[in-house]
Write a protein that binds this ligand. Structure first.
Ligand code: HEM
Length: 424
């Protein structure tokens, strides 16, 4: 529908006018929503209510001061120093000692593996290590039912919460919550499993902090714990959580938010990347040539690989659809009116598939479209390619995500040939 719309913007109404949404695939409108009129578009009460069981007061659902204080604190953990540590320590451990041996074992046995699930477990172990300083090995403990239960709980909770974001609460939902039946019960049980995991991460962190005198760069969870520290009197963020229980609960929200940010995004992107390479042997060869030219595995100068991953996310963005709520009446650059309380959405998926943005070959996987004459990667404005969002709430983990995806892709392609969907 967005492709067919001359303005690349459409409007939709819910039954009996229950909701109203403007959805766009126009870069000028995206620029307006995410940058120029940032202050007028927030998460809104419906999103917060729908997601409150899962992410509570975590960064992703927060607005205003609760968001800006968390954003500032979290941004230190994504500095270039932290990024270096990420590549050196975390990727080396999880890639070299876990993911690659896992693939070697699969190659040796000739058995098919679920690459998406393996990448998901790798990403999960990575994020727990880098953000919380807690080592887990869900990849090597493949059959452990506790890990299976945790991943299933995340899937259930995300799915139910997402559907609730789209639909305003009804009396039936309130009743099922009260009676603890149906979806409300499934959500409560899933969140219970997630809570137990998050609390165990926080406990483990507390123990390791008491037992070590690590003077190094603190990780993300350490920064949030310090900000909540009662003995220090806490800062502005701590003042928002006055009791010890509220502060513990908030730390739980931090852990869950970052697991959600890091677990499925790079997994989705890499899974499609490997899929697309398998379907495009010419591109696979070019990536292979580039990777083979760099014996030390340094991914910084791998422009074609960077382009190929970016191109995979153009066609299959990990966050395909995103939205905000208008605070006050507004008008988009093309004249579309957005009233206070309406949804204002953009679709990165639709935008990646518009001829007017990418030319005649918009449906082709063509990494070359991202390369300049000298073969260097040439980025485009985030409002045209909002895969990592844009403006003040743009993705904080983008550099880390590219580092992770490029390192994994180059190490895998140097070592094995993936036979996607094949049997041997
Ligand atoms: C291919 C990988 C990734 C993609 C495509 C991606 C995409 C996005 C998108 C679309 C948003 C905006 C969400 C919104 O506000 O509605 C976002 C925000 C964010 N991302 Fe990522 N992300 C990726 C990986 C990561 C990783 C690995 C991390 C770190 C662990 C991360 C951390 C964040 C954070 C902290 C924000 C919140 C920004 C805020 O609300 O101020 N992302 N990301």
């Amino acid at each position: 529908m967005l492709r067919a719309s001359p303005s690349s913007t459409i409007e939709a109404w819910g039954a009996l006018g229950a909701s109203h949404a403007v959805t766009t695939a126009d870069p000028a409108a995206v620029d307006h929503l995410l940058r120029a009129s940032f202050a007028n578009y927030n998460r809104g009460a419906q999103f917060r209510a729908a997601q409150s069981d899962l992410i509570g007061d975590g960064l992703f659902g927060a607005d205003g001061r609760l968001w800006s204080l968390q954003r500032k604190l979290a941004s230190y953990a994504f500095s270039s120093r932290s990024l270096r540590r990420f590549t050196e320590d975390v990727l080396t451990v999880h890639l070299g000692r876990r993911f690659l041996p896992f693939l070697d074992a699969a190659a040796g046995s000739g058995e098919a593996v679920d690459l998406q699930e393996a990448l998901r477990r790798f990403a999960f172990d990575n994020i727990c290590h880098v953000a919380f300083g807690v080592e887990s090995s869900t990849l090597l403990e493949w059959g452990d039912p506790r890990h299976q239960a945790l991943f299933a709980a995340f899937d259930t909770a995300v799915e139910i919460s997402f559907m609730r974001t789209l639909n305003a609460p009804t009396p039936v939902r309130k009743l099922t919550k009260l009676l603890n039946i149906g979806q409300s019960r499934r959500l409560r049980e899933a969140v219970g499993v997630i809570d137990d995991h998050a609390m165990s991460v926080i406990e483990a962190k507390g123990v390791s902090q008491r037992n070590s005198r690590d003077e190094g760069d603190p990780d993300l969870l350490s920064r949030f714990m310090a900000a909540m520290d009662e003995e220090d009197g806490g800062g502005d963020l701590a003042a928002m959580f006055p009791t010890p229980e509220a502060r513990r609960r908030f730390l739980r929200d931090v852990v869950v938010s970052f697991v959600l940010a890091g677990k499925d995004t790079t997994t989705s992107a890499l899974t499609w990347f490997f899929w697309l390479l398998a379907a495009n042997p010419r591109c696979e060869q070019r990536v292979h040539d580039e990777v083979s030219r760099s014996p030390d595995g340094n991914v910084k100068g791998m422009h074609y690989l960077h382009a190929a991953i970016t191109e995979a996310m153009r066609l299959y963005p990990p966050v395909p659809f995103n939205g905000r709520i208008a605070v006050a009446d507004d008008v988009l650059p093309d004249g579309t009116v957005v009233r206070a309380g309406w949804f204002a959405n953009y679709s990165a998926y639709a935008m990646g598939r518009m001829e007017k943005l990418w030319g005649e070959n918009f449906m082709e996987f063509a990494p070359e479209r991202w390369l300049g004459d000298s073969g260097e990667f040439a980025p485009v404005d985030a409002a045209r390619y909002p895969v990592f969002h844009a403006g003040p709430r743009a993705c904080l983990g983008k550099e880390m995500a590219y580092m992770q995806m490029k390192t994994v892709a180059s190490a895998v392609l140097r070592r094995v040939r993936l036979n996607v969907g094949g049997t041997g």
